[in-house]
Design a protein around this ligand. Sequence first.
Ligand code: NAD
Length: 327
Amino acid sequence: MSPNEAQEVIEDLRKKLDQYNYEYHTLDNPSVLDYEYDQKMRELLDLESQFPDLVTADSPTQRVGDEPLDAFQKVQHNVAMLSLGNAFDEQELRDFDRRVREGTGEEVTYVCELKIDGLAVSLRYEDGVLVQGATRGDGTTGEDITKNLRTIRSIPLRLRKPETIEVRGEAFMPKKSFLALNETRESNGDEPFANPRNAAAGSLRQLDPKIAAKRNLDIFLYGVGRWQDESTRAHSERLQELKKLGLKTNPEWKKCNDIDEVIDYVHSWVERRPDLDYEIDGIVIKVDRLDQQQALGFTAKSPRWATAYKFPAEEAVTKLNKIELSV
Ligand code: NAD
């Protein structure tokens, strides 16, 4: 492909991806499957790596999320809320592991966690009291949704110790609540939500907190934005500390000594995924030691010390099954 041809394809992909991002992140109303989005993003990444001169700062490959809604007060994140790199198969997980080991020059231990399919949020506690909750937004600026987040019963309004900390996690709607909500909506003649992720995001981005309060939302906290804490040296220790503070963490995380153990964990969850009461769309793999995380650093969009293995999208599989059945 000539650079001119590439430029044309790139511009077309960027236009489409910008539109999909807006529908998904700002309107909570996607028009295409995640699988389709991921494929187009892949295509764009491949072309940009073949033609690095054509990379621009505003390309969707360089940006997180989309603009926050004007309806909410804006929140500037002290520490950017980033996205995650993706791996779609075993080879890409091994490539990630190789990059990490080359980057640190050391062996590494990983923490694997379920990738909860909800809305990324940040919670700020001052002296143990919840003072602010925000969406990720475009990574730098989010929306103040404190009133809505306060309606989630698993979010403590006061921690068990008077810590000042900014924690990050995923707010989500359990499958059972999602099915019940859609049943009610349909019997009222309202449009049902496409999936629990959209239902959760749509509920938390309502101006009236009474709506969120009725939606039975839940949360898992999985990381720290900012914390003056000298004692923890590893992500796994932090997860334990968050739990001690009274924050809800997901119990299924596992420390893995090498990439083979990571791959076994991933395989085991491909099978067990339907048994969960909430949706996951993959597995997040994080370097455990914080000093190694720091040495690896970040790209413009995501940390180099973590990646997300993406399951083949359930929606796509369901759609494919339907096609097969109808042939
Ligand atoms: P992402 O969802 O692939 O990964 C980053 C996010 O994972 C984080 O922000 C965090 O919220 C979440 N996460 C869940 N569990 C986590 C854990 N245990 N540890 C750390 N993070 C965890 O990236 P993204 O930038 O939020 O969104 C991109 C994805 O969204 C795409 O790959 C696509 O699947 C979907 N999308 C779909 C459309 C569409 O139109 N269908 C449009 C845009 C994006």
